[in-house]
Design a protein around this ligand. Structure first.
Ligand code: SF4
Length: 346
């Protein structure tokens, strides 16, 4: 009978230390293995060179390391890299390395597919299969950090949870992954360099505030008018703007952090003065920043990027109202790696 071995990364540090004590070894051995797993990103017991061969074999007979595999890597003409990542059960997600002159950002996935149904998003067409485990999120970051060092001679500097899935619908695992990424025993990254981007789940935004998380929050808003937002993000019917705003007010009261809104302007959908006025009104309760993101059409989609004049109208009206605004060009369009394009298409 085949013995199903446990994934060693499901054990926390204390459990690892206890395991070694039960095996008649020193608890300290658990610290060494923990460091290999979460600081050095080891994917095999063989890599653990300061552990004796016998101990490595003993680990091998008790555990597995269910790690991801970069199945395919595509490079865009602008330097962006998209990884198709195979999980231990054969499912695939995507993550993206976005280089700029001063930073390397990893855009990582939190779910296989997505349970939400934003009309403009390619991922929404994939059925949600499951949540990613903390180690599967962590491994995407390690893979991109290695690629950043290899191709750009610098480590990864920022992480955004903007890949496949709604991170707040997989909150516990996202938090556990961030803990490993930020802790000194893990990758030691500053939480300030991590942004969790949500489509706006009010209850979970409040929970994040209560949990006193240290990373940044971004909200994919796209419209501050309920009727329009519901037509492009149907779950807005369940979580209307007034609930979202109330949750964000709660978040701001607790964290005093600027709120970032991700916003695409589409032709004929949200490109009028009335739309900008609604956005300004929505932003008023807290210091806000609006990222106007260029849209990347998905195949047969009905969504078209608005004209340069409409984007300029947004920019100037927001600035006049003292709202920070950036206009972001999308990257990796030629390999379907840009915002809203992740759909396991290869
Ligand atoms: S935009 Fe985000 S939340 Fe909406 S369907 Fe796509 S992956 Fe899910």
């Amino acid at each position: 009978m085949e013995i199903i071995k446990k994934d060693i990364r499901a054990l926390n540090k204390e459990e690892l230390r206890d395991f070694f004590v039960k095996e008649g070894d020193k608890a300290f051995r658990g610290n060494q293995v923990y460091e290999w797993l979460w600081n050095k990103g080891a994917h095999s017991f063989e890599d653990m060179t300061n552990i004796s061969k016998d101990t490595r074999l003993m680990l091998e007979s008790n555990f597995v390391i269910n790690h991801i595999q970069v199945d395919q890597m595509q490079k865009s003409s602008d330097g962006t890299i998209k990884n198709a990542v195979r999980l231990h059960d054969g499912l695939i997600v995507e993550s993206v390395l976005i280089p700029t002159p001063t930073r390397t950002t990893a855009c990582v996935s939190s779910q296989v597919g997505c349970s939400l149904d934003c009309k403009f998003c390619a991922t929404a067409r994939l059925k949600k299969m499951r949540n990613l485990n903390p180690d599967e999120i962590f491994d995407q970051v390690v893979a991109i950090d290695r690629e950043s060092k290899l191709y750009f001679n610098r480590p990864l500097s920022n992480i955004v949870f903007m890949g496949m899935g709604e991170p707040l619908m997989n909150y516990n695992n996202v938090l556990k992954a961030i803990d490993k990424i930020t802790s000194s025993e893990g990758l030691g990254m500053s939480p300030k360099r991590i942004t969790v981007s949500t489509s706006g789940v009010p209850k979970m935004i409040k929970k994040m505030a209560d949990d006193e998380v240290k990373f940044q929050l971004a909200v994919s808003l796209h419209s501050a008018i309920d009727e329009i937002r519901t037509s492009i993000m149907p779950f807005n019917e369940t979580f209307p703007l007034k609930d979202l705003r109330e949750a964000l007010q709660y978040w701001y009261a607790k964290t005093k952090n600027t709120i970032t809104y991700e916003y695409v302007v589409w032709e004929g959908i949200n490109d009028t003065k009335k739309d900008v006025e609604a956005l300004i009104q929505f932003c008023k309760f807290a210091p806000s920043k609006v990222n106007l993101i260029e849209y990347n059409p998905i195949d047969d989609g009905d969504f078209k990027q608005a004209s340069a004049q409409a984007v300029e109208m947004y920019r100037s009206m927001l600035e006049r109202n003292h709202i920070t605004v950036t206009v972001r060009r999308s990257r990796g369009k030629d390999i379907d790696a840009a915002c809203g394009q992740l759909a396991n298409k290869r």
